[in-house]
Design a binder for this molecule. Structure first.
Ligand SMILES: *[C@@H]1O[C@H](CO)[C@@H](O)[C@H](O)[C@H]1NC(C)=O
Ligand SMILES: *[C@@H]1O[C@H](CO)[C@@H](O)[C@H](O)[C@H]1NC(C)=O
Ligand SMILES: *[C@@H]1O[C@H](CO)[C@@H](O)[C@H](O)[C@H]1NC(C)=O
Ligand SMILES: *[C@@H]1O[C@H](CO)[C@@H](O)[C@H](O)[C@H]1NC(C)=O
Ligand SMILES: *[C@@H]1O[C@H](CO)[C@@H](O)[C@H](O)[C@H]1NC(C)=O
Ligand SMILES: *[C@@H]1O[C@H](CO)[C@@H](O)[C@H](O)[C@H]1NC(C)=O
Ligand SMILES: *[C@@H]1O[C@H](CO)[C@@H](O)[C@H](O)[C@H]1NC(C)=O
Ligand SMILES: *[C@@H]1O[C@H](CO)[C@@H](O)[C@H](O)[C@H]1NC(C)=O
Ligand SMILES: *[C@@H]1O[C@H](CO)[C@@H](O)[C@H](O)[C@H]1NC(C)=O
Ligand SMILES: *[C@@H]1O[C@H](CO)[C@@H](O)[C@H](O)[C@H]1NC(C)=O
Ligand SMILES: *[C@@H]1O[C@H](CO)[C@@H](O)[C@H](O)[C@H]1NC(C)=O
Ligand SMILES: *[C@@H]1O[C@H](CO)[C@@H](O)[C@H](O)[C@H]1NC(C)=O
Length: 831
């Protein structure tokens, strides 16, 4: 027990309640009008509007039925974020970086959007996931609190749309703490519980009483009695944790004087790490023949002791290393010489949040000061009056980089900004000198603006620059000789600038054009699509995203033209995402040929797949071999998305109707990356995702909102079960049954014959079906961690195919099934 630290009260402090100032506090009532600020009547905290902390979002009032005179004012309005995936508040605490802060975000939905549907979304701290926000109902208040030491002077608190409704926020607060408290070995501390034990008033305690504005909730329990000091005029001698006197004035003790104070919790994840802080102070004046002495144990082992709390003097007990386990159980029990039962006055439990991803490199070069990079880009923004949605970290989360920016990533080190596209952004004046501070840039596009003046020499000195597009501006003077020199190995484009471009440039364009090595993206006008589809004559499919038409390109190639339902999503993002998908090419993925982006008319031109989708095909006749081949093809496509793409792409909508078949029955995954093109704000998409594809949705993802590629594995397992059984994901009969529930009892009875699709007429190899079923069941394991990866699935399915295709199903199953594979779902009992 060498890791315990005890802080004893040092000196007496005359508590002057409400006399502390709020210096260093940031208290934002999100959603109130820009020029409004007020003092909260109950807490005396001064709240300001969020105008100076964020540029995006809209102010909304909660629905009157959820408002009342007793509702805290901060909840009466919210800021909501219908636009963009990520929206961030920028907090600049006065004490700056490397200091400890308590940051608190508060949420109450109050049906502000009259949709009567509570959203779920993510909360990010900088580039790292802080928590997900899930509210139970419109009046539920959710509070997220973290103790965090930022490594930058800016703290971004970001709301990220996860596809389950529009994010919003009610209030955001930041409080400086003393750096000497709440230390961890690593990570930040998310609040798990903070209790005022034995409180005699049914009310939370916070600022005014608590200098750090921690919020203490009353806690009592039937087997405990509350005790309190009768001398509340006496002041507590404080320690650095400064728990409020009013919290320390009460304590609990076991009702049974020889018993103990016990509490425990069972973490959802036994690897989660916790830090526990217990605050003790004697609140009774003891007689000379009385002693209170106790030990504290965790999971039956001594954690601290013996402790004799001093009268009205605070002792804080905590461990220097975190606790973890499937159950964490504390007991505070008296020692042999104690005549009085043990007590505890206050308790705090925090869960470690490892915020691993570093913020985007703001140093960027050894010789520059820390914020040169970020400052540079913000200077450019303000110099040119850009109204771009630039907030939060430029490079994270990766699904929503800043508009016009691209970044490179490697492991957990800081991402670097490598391209900046300010083409056609209405820039005027000279080239911003701050651009010279963006030293990691590889591509800079300033084309089609009204920039004037001389070309600065620093452009030639940017170390990593590969393309520089200055076309379509009004520069004057001569081109700096350094830049002419540089243009020999950098694609410098300066046409139509009122002077002659340097020689060689055009050749360089060819050699360094940005499309080199990527798929060529064809942009189609809406009229061209009309021609291609002969006025949208033949509908070949319909889905949540829109309608699919058949068409012919000029050279006779057949194509599928997907016309997308109008989306609130910015078309610029649409183009970016399509460009990204263009680079994803694999024989088992339907390929993109081009796109159309004219206002509400957004369309995708894709490879045409003559044999339609697997859902339709399964209702006809497919042999066991064909089914396995289809499964292998689809699995290979998914494997490529998961492990062949950087960043990995999660399909999110794997189902039989998204597996298309070519003329010769080669299967390809369709609609991959659609979740990127249509992040959640498209309502149709959301309902399609949640309601439209029942049966395929990974239950763990649905519950935890933590998406990873194993969600696709789950959906693929359902597809496999459909291939084996010929049943739909939801088996329709008197009662609709999920295919997993339908299959499981029969498998447990070893009843493979009744599972297999009768349309196969017994024409399959039993071992092959068994093994395929086992793979399917492993894929649909409720715990994503137990599911195999797609590359493992591919390997296993190939073995199934190799096992032989024909063979009658007579004979004893147990004897035939000699193979065993190492997938841990089906035990021997299933055989
Ligand atoms: C909420 O109720 C309070 C008190 O009744 C009132 O002052 C305030 O204007 C209301 N706010 C909204 C947004 O309706
Ligand atoms: C809303 O949810 C909270 C938290 O689960 C619960 O305590 C409360 O009773 C619910 N209110 C209504 C009106 O359902
Ligand atoms: C923080 O605690 C340390 C250690 O006790 C103390 O010296 C220091 O004055 C405290 N700082 C503030 C700002 O209260
Ligand atoms: C505190 O002391 C003053 C005078 O000594 C007394 O009038 C007051 O009632 C006391 N307050 C409490 C809460 O005991
Ligand atoms: C009080 O606790 C002691 C020790 O746990 C136990 O032996 C005793 O039965 C308890 N008494 C009552 C009344 O529960
Ligand atoms: C402690 O002393 C008081 C008198 O001062 C007496 O009434 C009480 O019984 C004693 N208690 C114990 C545990 O000895
Ligand atoms: C309390 O802890 C001390 C060690 O610090 C130990 O010697 C003592 O036996 C413990 N008491 C009980 C009742 O477990
Ligand atoms: C961003 O840069 C990465 C790495 O160079 C590249 O693979 C990707 O295609 C780029 N994305 C866009 C949208 O330009
Ligand atoms: C580049 O960054 C440095 C360090 O912050 C700063 O002093 C300098 O003014 C910046 N240069 C320009 C042109 O903004
Ligand atoms: C340069 O910009 C012009 C105008 O935006 C564009 O047409 C051209 O394709 C760009 N060239 C390169 C190599 O990016
Ligand atoms: C569409 O087809 C007609 C007839 O072939 C042709 O005249 C017209 O130019 C085409 N329009 C487009 C936009 O390709
Ligand atoms: C027809 O044109 C498309 C798009 O330009 C191209 O991908 C395809 O290879 C062409 N097909 C033939 C047979 O030339």
């Amino acid at each position: 027990m060498g890791f315990l630290y005890v802080l004893l009260g040092g000196f007496a402090l005359i508590a002057l309640v409400n006399a502390q100032d709020q210096s260093g506090f940031i208290s934002i009532d999100c959603g109130i009008s820009e020029d409004f600020s007020y003092k909260d009547e109950t807490t005396n905290i001064y709240y300001t509007s969020d105008a100076q902390y964020i540029d995006t979002g809209v102010n909304m009032n909660i629905s009157p039925e959820y408002n009342s005179t007793t509702l805290q004012q901060q909840y009466a309005n919210v800021r909501s974020f219908p636009q963009g995936i990520k929206n961030c508040y920028t907090l600049r605490p006065a004490q700056g970086k490397d200091n400890k802060y308590l940051i608190r975000a508060l949420f109450m939905y109050g049906n502000y959007d009259a949709l009567d549907k509570v959203p779920e979304f993510y909360l990010y701290l900088g580039v790292n996931l802080w928590d997900s926000v899930a509210l139970n109902n419109a009046s539920d208040v959710v509070m997220k609190e973290i103790i965090h030491t930022p490594s930058t002077n800016y703290i971004y608190v970001c709301l990220v749309n996860s596809g389950f409704g529009v994010p919003f926020i009610s209030a955001l607060e930041l409080r400086p703490l003393n750096n000497s408290i709440y230390k961890t070995q690593s990570g930040s501390l998310g609040l798990f519980a903070r209790y005022d034990m034995g409180s005699t008033i049914d009310q939370t305690i916070r600022y005014g009483n608590d200098v750090y504005d921690r919020i203490w909730s009353p806690y009592n329990f039937a087997k405990w009695d509350s005790i309190s000091t009768k001398f509340s005029n006496d002041s507590f001698s404080d320690n650095n944790y400064k728990p409020p006197s009013i919290v320390m004035e009460t304590a609990v003790r076991p009702s049974n004087a020889s018993g103990s104070v016990d509490f425990y919790w069972s973490p959802a994840d036994s690897n989660s790490q916790f830090y526990v802080y217990m605050h003790f102070a004697e609140v009774e004046k003891l007689q000379v023949n009385q002693t209170r002495e106790f030990n504290v144990s965790v999971n039956g082992e001594l954690w601290y002791g013996p402790l004799v709390p001093d009268y009205l003097s605070i002792t804080t007990v905590y461990s220097q290393s975190p606790l973890s386990g499937s159950e964490i159980s504390f007991s505070i029990y008296k020692t042999a010489k104690s005549t009085l039962p043990p007590i505890i006055n206050a308790l705090e439990i925090y869960m470690v949040k490892q915020l691993l991803q570093s913020p985007t490199n703001q140093e960027d070069g050894m010789f520059q000061s820390v914020f040169a990079f970020f400052d540079a880009i913000m200077k450019i923004k303000s110099l040119y009056g850009l109204t771009k949605n630039w907030q939060g970290d430029p490079c994270a989360p990766r699904i929503s980089l800043w508009d016009g920016l691209n970044c490179s990533y490697s492991g957990f080190s800081s991402p670097q900004i490598i391209s900046l596209n300010l083409s056609s952004s209405g820039l005027t004046g000279e080239i911003a000198p701050s651009i010279s501070n963006l030293t990691s840039l590889e591509d800079l596009d300033l084309s089609n603006n009204s920039l004037t003046g001389q070309l600065p020499e620093f452009l030639a000195e940017m170390p990593f620059l590969k393309t520089l597009n200055l076309t379509g501006n009004n520069f004057s003077g001569s081109i700096p000789s350094l830049l002419v020199e540089k243009s020999k190995n950098v694609a410098v484009l300066v046409e139509s600038n009122g002077y002659n471009e340097p020689r060689d440039t055009n050749e360089d364009v060819q050699a360094y054009g940005p499309n080199k090595g990527k798929g060529v993206l064809v942009h189609y006008a809406y009229d061209e699509l009309r021609n291609i589809t002969r006025n949208f004559e033949r509908v070949i499919g319909k889905g949540g995203f829109g309608t699919v038409y058949h068409g012919y390109l000029k050279n006779g190639t057949q194509v599928a033209v997907k016309m997308l339902l109008p989306s609130a999503h910015a078309s610029k993002q649409f183009q970016t995402e399509v460009e990204l998908l263009m680079t994803v090419r694999h024989k088992n993925l339907v390929s993109f040929i081009g796109y159309c982006d004219e206002g509400p008319n957004m369309g995708l031109v894709c490879e045409y797949m003559a044999n339609g989708n697997l859902q339709e095909l399964l209702s006809g006749k497919l042999s066991w071999k064909q089914r396995l081949q289809v499964a292998i093809d689809a699995a290979q496509g998914l494997d490529y998305l998961h492990s062949g793409c950087r960043p990995p792409i999660i399909h999110r909508d794997v189902k039989t109707s998204n597996i298309l078949l070519s003329e010769n029955l080669q299967a390809k995954m369709a609609d991959f990356g659609f979740s990127r093109i249509f992040p959640a704000e498209d309502a149709t998409h959301v309902s399609t995702r949640v309601v439209g594809t029942p049966g395929y949705l990974d239950p763990e993802y649905y519950q935890t909102q933590q998406l990873n590629e194993k969600s696709d594995v789950y959906s693929f397992g359902i597809v496999l079960l459909e291939l084996i059984t010929g049943q739909a994901a939801i088996v329709r009969s008197n009662v609709n049954t999920h295919i997993v529930q339908w299959v499981s009892p029969m498998l447990e009875g070893g009843d493979i014959q009744n599972i297999v699709d009768p349309r196969l007429e017994g024409d399959f190899h039993l071992n092959s079906v068994w093994k395929t079923t086992e793979i399917a069941m492993a894929c649909v394991d409720p715990a994503s961690i137990q599911r195999p990866t797609m590359s493992c699935v591919v390997t296993e399915l190939k073995e199934c195919l190799a096992m032989g295709i024909t063979g009658r199903t007579h004979g004893k199953i147990k004897e035939e099934n000699e193979d065993s594979i190492e997938m841990n779902v089906m035990g021997p009992s299933a055989r």
